[in-house]
Design a protein around this ligand. Structure first.
Ligand SMILES: NC(=O)c1ccc[n+]([C@@H]2O[C@H](COP(=O)([O-])OP(=O)(O)OC[C@H]3O[C@@H](n4cnc5c(N)ncnc54)[C@H](OP(=O)(O)O)[C@@H]3O)[C@@H](O)[C@H]2O)c1
Length: 304
C-alpha cells in the first residue's frame, strides 16, 4: 500500500474525493494536494481533515497550465512521493482554444502538457518511486451516448499529433468537447510510450467513468453546459453514470492495486459506467507502439 501521493486538481471533484478515500487507507502517511488556488486549497484541506480525522494533507501550489509552476512544484517537494494522480483537467476554461506561451491550447496544457512535464521532472529528480495514474476518459475512444466521435486521425504521424497539441486539428471550433477526446486519447498513448521507457514505475491510465457531482462542465458555454448537464441527469436516472465515490474509487484502485498493468488504458467496458476493461481491446490504435511514440514526440516539440 502506498505511503505518499500527490494529486493534481485536488481541491474539487474527483481529485478531492480520491484524496479523501486514500487518506482512509491503511499506511497512508502523506497526501499532497496539488492545487493552483491557495484559498481553494486551504478550504479543501480543512474539509478533508474534518471528514477523515487525519492531518496528513499538505498543499503544493501547482498550475499545470504553467510549466514554470510545474517545475517549481517538483522542486518544492522535500521528499520523493510513491504515487502521483494526474487528475487536473477537463474542458480547459472559457478560452480553451487560446494558446499558452508554449504554443499549445489551454485545454491541451491543462490536460496533458503540464502532466508530461510534471512526471518527467519528478522522474529526473528521482522523486517518484512507484506508480502514476492519468485521469483518462471514455471520450478517448468515443462516447456514442454523448455524441462524441472516436478520434479520427488520418496518418497518426508526429505532425498530425502536433496539430492536436496546438489546436490546428480542430479548425476554429468553439466547442471544447471536440478537442477533449483526442487529447485524452493522446494522453493514453503517451502513458503507454513512457511506460516502456520506465519499466520500474507503473503507468496506469484510468477513466473515472461518467461521474456526477463534479464541476467538470462549469466552464463550457451556457448552451453546451445545459445540454451536457441535462444528459448527465437523464443518464443518472437510467443508471448510465455513477456518483463521485464510484468514479474516484477507480483512481484509488488504479494506484493501489498492482493488477492494473503499466501502459494500459482502463475505462468502462461499454458505455460510461460499470465494469472496466483494457481499451486497447475496443480501439486497437491504442496498442500501436508507433502511434504511442509519435504522440510522445509531438508533445516534446512543445517542451524546451
Ligand atoms: N467527471 C467526469 O465525468 C469525468 C469523466 C472522465 C474523465 N474525467 C477527468 O477527471 C479529471 C477530474 O475531473 P472532475 O470532473 O473532477 O473535474 P472538476 O470537478 O472540474 O475538478 C477539476 C480540478 O482540476 C483543477 N484544475 C483545473 N485546471 C487546473 C490547472 N491549470 N492547474 C491545476 N489544477 C487545475 C481544478 O481546480 P480549480 O478549482 O482551481 O479550477 C479542480 O480542482 C479531469 O481530468 C477530467 O477530464 C472526468
Amino acid at each position: 500500500m502506498l505511503k505518499s501521493i500527490l494529486i493534481t486538481g485536488a481541491n474539487a471533484g474527483l481529485g478531492k474525493e480520491a484524496a479523501r478515500q486514500l487518506a482512509l487507507q491503511k499506511g497512508m502517511e502523506k497526501i499532497y494536494l496539488g492545487c493552483r488556488n491557495l484559498d481553494k486549497a486551504k478550504a479543501a484541506k480543512l474539509e478533508l481533515e474534518r471528514s477523515t480525522g487525519k492531518s496528513i494533507f499538505e498543499i503544493v501550489l501547482i498550475d499545470v497550465a504553467d510549466l514554470n509552476s510545474v517545475r517549481a512544484a517538483v522542486e518544492s517537494l522535500k521528499e520523493p512521493i510513491e504515487g502521483l494522480i494526474m487528475n487536473a483537467g477537463g474542458t480547459g476554461g472559457k478560452r480553451f482554444y487560446e494558446k499558452t506561451k508554449d504554443g499549445v491550447t489551454q485545454i491541451f496544457a491543462v490536460n496533458l502538457l503540464g502532466h508530461v512535464v510534471l512526471t518527467e521532472a519528478l522522474l529526473k529528480a528521482e522523486k517518484l518511486t512507484k506508480v502514476t495514474l492519468y485521469a483518462g476518459s471514455e471520450a478517448a475512444r468515443g462516447v456514442k451516448e454523448m455524441g462524441m466521435k472516436r478520434p479520427d486521425l488520418k496518418s497518426s504521424s508526429v505532425d498530425e499529433f502536433t496539430s492536436i497539441c496546438n489546436g490546428i486539428f480542430f479548425g476554429n471550433t468553439k466547442d471544447a468537447t471536440k478537442p477533449y477526446g483526442p487529447i485524452k486519447y493522446m494522453a493514453a498513448l503517451w502513458m503507454s510510450s513512457i511506460a516502456r521507457q520506465y519499466p520500474e514505475i507503473r503507468f496506469v491510465t484510468m477513466s473515472p467513468g461518467a461521474t456526477t457531482g463534479t464541476e467538470g462542465f462549469n466552464t463550457l458555454s451556457p448552451v453546451k453546459q445545459y445540454i451536457m448537464k441535462g444528459m448527465m441527469r437523464v443518464m443518472l436516472l437510467l443508471g448510465k453514470v455513477h456518483k463521485l465515490e464510484v468514479g474516484a474509487k477507480r483512481f484509488v484502485d488504479g494506484v493501489q492495486n498492482e493488477s492494473f498493468k503499466s501502459g494500459v488504458f482502463y475505462a468502462s467496458k461499454s458505455g460510461l459506467t460499470g465494469p472496466i476493461a483494457d481499451q486497447g481491446t475496443i480501439f486497437s490504435d491504442l496498442n500501436s507502439e508507433i502511434f504511442q511514440d509519435n504522440a510522445n514526440a509531438a508533445i516534446h516539440r512543445f517542451i524546451k
